[in-house]
Design a protein around this ligand. Structure first.
Ligand SMILES: C[S@@+](CC[C@H](N)C(=O)[O-])C[C@H]1O[C@@H](n2cnc3c(N)ncnc32)[C@H](O)[C@@H]1O
Length: 225
């Protein structure tokens, strides 16, 4: 199986290639989506991050997950396959109609369409609405919306949709390492820096950023008492 090499560049490329030489084997559905992502520049999480997220979902016994930014369905498959129980369900949001079709096809190929709810539309409208209707009911919220300047706006509804004891996971939170460069004041860098401060200063959350690929945040929502 060919490797995905030097995806973003935070991790030293020799080390990253070594990690890819060890990475969990994927089935044809995931592999085809990785190939497609390379050819068509779809920014998927890739197998290294996919494996860690899958482990978090499994270890926490998550039944219900909310994903923001489905793209072609790659990360959704990693998450959905790791959910447990008869009531398991992944709700995933995607703005782009073509990608909604592609993701639906991927979920069908992966044999998980029966417990995936695919919502087409703008996360700015859908996430606050879901947070109101299903307050504190998701075990996992995975934030990976393509427009990173929305991260700060989506922080509050994401945390409110998450149950106590659940995990908020957010991708790209080191933004190619640029968040650590004070002179970078671009809109994405500034928003992600602010998002990171919001996550780390929120007393309900216990957070870490894992410096793999583009960096991703894992934040545990602590029980109130
Ligand atoms: C980084 S990609 C998601 C990758 C996917 N999570 C994976 O790893 O396989 C981000 C996606 O968010 C979508 N997107 C961008 N702005 C959006 C919005 N306002 N609402 C919903 N989806 C949006 C893009 O069309 C894109 O497909």
């Amino acid at each position: 199986m060919p490797r995905v090499e030097n995806e973003i560049g935070i991790v030293n490329s020799t080390v990253e290639n070594y990690l890819f030489s060890l990475v969990t084997k994927r089935d044809k559905v995931l592999f085809d989506l990785e190939e497609d992502a390379r050819k068509n520049s779809v920014p998927i999480i890739g197998p290294l991050v996919g494996t860690v997220i899958s482990q978090i979902v499994r270890a926490s016994g998550a039944k219900r997950a909310l994903e923001i930014g489905a793209a072609t369905g790659y990360s959704g498959i990693w998450i959905a396959r790791s959910l447990s129980g008869k009531q398991k369900k992944l709700t995933t949001i995607e703005y782009d109609e073509k990608r909604v079709e592609l993701a639906t096809l991927s979920f069908k190929r992966a044999g998980i369409l029966n417990f995936v709810e695919m919502l087409q539309g703008d996360a700015r409208e859908i996430v606050p609405e879901l947070a109101r209707r299903h307050k504190e009911s998701y075990d996992i919220v995975f934030l990976d919306v393509g427009d990173k300047t929305l991260y700060t706006d989506l922080f509050k509804p994401c945390v409110s949709a998450l149950r106590e004891g659940g995990f908020l996971i957010a991708d790209n939170t080191l933004w190619g390492g640029q968040v650590a460069v004070p002179s970078d004041n671009g809109p994405e860098t500034t928003t992600i820096r602010k998002f990171n401060s919001m996550v780390f200063s929120d007393k309900r959350l216990e957070a870490s950023i894992i410096p793999l690929r583009d960096g991703f945040t894992v934040a545990y929502k602590k029980p109130a008492s």
